[in-house]
Design a protein around this ligand. Structure first.
Ligand code: GLY
Length: 438
């Protein structure tokens, strides 16, 4: 069986590793943005080019006689790669363009929730011009708003009052900047609480959740510094998180179900792929931050590292429409994923600096990302470099493993030492308890 992976970051390295472990022994093919030595080791054929070039990728899928494709990042989904692959009879994990709007258009996602009366929707308004912006910002109040570019902006499209925006004037200037880039935007009420991600496998009808994960967006220890693609993440033995109550999880799962149902009715098609709900537990209950139409990065590394069942069988069931919960089992173990990134990341990263992974003991849990291999030597390209996932019988045990291995990666790099530590987790639990206190 020939399986195509589209994308070449650590998430796609984890996808390749999960496929590679399958007893079905698939041949792995990859359409990549860059040479990822980790994926290349497992791949039968490897192409580097523009993965949003729908025609080129579809032609390769035909040439390689691909029987199943998995699209990693969001940009090819936005361009309609899933539509083109299905048209060429290539069953694909990743929703078609109209369905992918759940991620690629913030206004679409919010309006879908509103029109289908789905809970967890913060106060919001979608804007196509500056008309009414000032009034809505004032209605939400000082320090109580978030501005989100409507479309994909490579992680630079969301600014939060108090974190990135410090006055109405600053917010207005950002709205103007977004409009200047040809985008529209959404303004929402700011939510206070603890964020968590629930990714679900979907076959167009059935939805099966994966363990819950918490990502860390900020670059530096104690959630300081600029936003990044995600510096690391953890999951717990019971597949929930220490600061969540059972009813939070139930509510978030209900929201994912309701959104899938609304999308299916609205677009009149099947959502085949991963539906990723990004939630926040607040004093008032669970709210939706956003949806993604793909595996999270780094969240994919956490869950795929403890997937007990056959990933190929799950993918086949997704595209055949016969997915069921008994096909999907995860080990009851905790995971802590830590990314190493080049010094200066994300604003002014050192580029093409050598890295050395020789001291990493268990390389099966090391996922390479923006890394090139030149004359047998590894170079960190400038974006997130490599992620290590510690797996253990508690979050602390997983953290210790991850921290030790990550420290073994040599180079002009840094990582967040606090992700998954007892101290950080306790702070999250205490903050949530305080927020919910009567
Ligand atoms: N971890 C956030 C994302 O994948 O978008």
């Amino acid at each position: 069986m020939n399986i195509l992976i589209v994308g070449s970051g650590a998430r796609e390295h984890a996808l390749a590793a999960a496929l590679h472990r399958s007893p079905k022994r698939p041949k792995i093919f990859c359409c990549a943005v860059s040479m990822n030595p980790g994926i290349m080791q497992m791949a039968h054929q490897y192409w580097v080019g523009d993965i949003t070039d729908v025609t080129a990728v579809s032609a390769l899928a035909m040439q390689w006689k691909i029987s199943l494709a998995i699209i990693g990042p969001e940009a090819p989904l936005e361009k309609g790669l899933a539509d083109a692959l299905w048209q060429n009879a290539v069953p694909t994990i990743g929703p078609k363009k109209k369905m992918a709007q759940i991620e690629t258009s913030k206004a679409f996602a919010r309006q879908l929730m509103e029109s289908h009366d789905i809970s967890g929707l913060p106060r919001f308004r979608a804007f196509e011009s500056m008309n009414g912006v000032d009034e809505f910002l004032k209605e939400l109040g000082d320090n109580n708003y978030v501005v989100k570019a409507n479309g994909l902006m490579g992680g630079k499209g969301v600014k939060v009052a108090g974190d990135h925006l410090f006055s109405f004037e600053g917010a207005i200037a950002f709205c103007q900047e977004v409009l200047g880039k040809g985008q529209t935007f959404v303004i929402e009420e700011k939510l206070i609480g603890q964020e968590f991600s629930i990714m679900c496998f979907c076959d167009g009808e059935h939805i099966v959740p994966m363990p819950i994960v918490q990502d860390h967006k900020r670059a530096f220890v104690d959630d300081k510094g600029p936003n990044t693609g995600g510096m690391g993440s953890y999951s717990d033995v019971n597949h929930s998180l220490p600061f969540l109550e059972e009813w939070d999880v139930q509510k978030a799962l209900e929201i994912n179900d309701a959104v899938l149902c609304a999308l299916t009715n609205e677009v009149k098609d099947k959502y085949i792929g991963i539906l990723y709900g990004s939630f926040i537990a607040t004093r008032q209950g669970v709210y939706v931050i956003e949806f993604n139409a793909r595996f999270g990065d780094p969240e994919a590394m956490n869950v795929l590292s403890i997937l007990d069942s056959d990933f190929v069988a799950i993918c086949e069931a997704m595209v055949m429409g016969n997915l069921s919960a008994d096909l999907v089992t995860f080990k009851h173990q905790a995971t802590v994923c830590k990314y190493v990134v080049p010094n200066g990341y994300p604003d002014e990263p050192v580029e093409r600096a050598p890295i050395d992974i020789a001291a990493v003991k268990n390389k099966a849990c090391l996922y390479l990302s923006a890394v090139d291999q030149v004359d047998g030597k590894l170079l960190a390209l400038g974006s997130r470099t490599a992620a290590y996932v510690g797996v253990g019988n508690s979050i602390s045990e997983a953290e210790e493993i991850s921290e030790k291995e990550v420290r073994g990666i040599g180079g002009d790099l840094f990582h967040r030492e606090d992700i998954g530590t007892e101290c950080l987790i306790q702070r999250r639990v205490d903050a949530m308890r305080k927020l919910r206190a009567p």
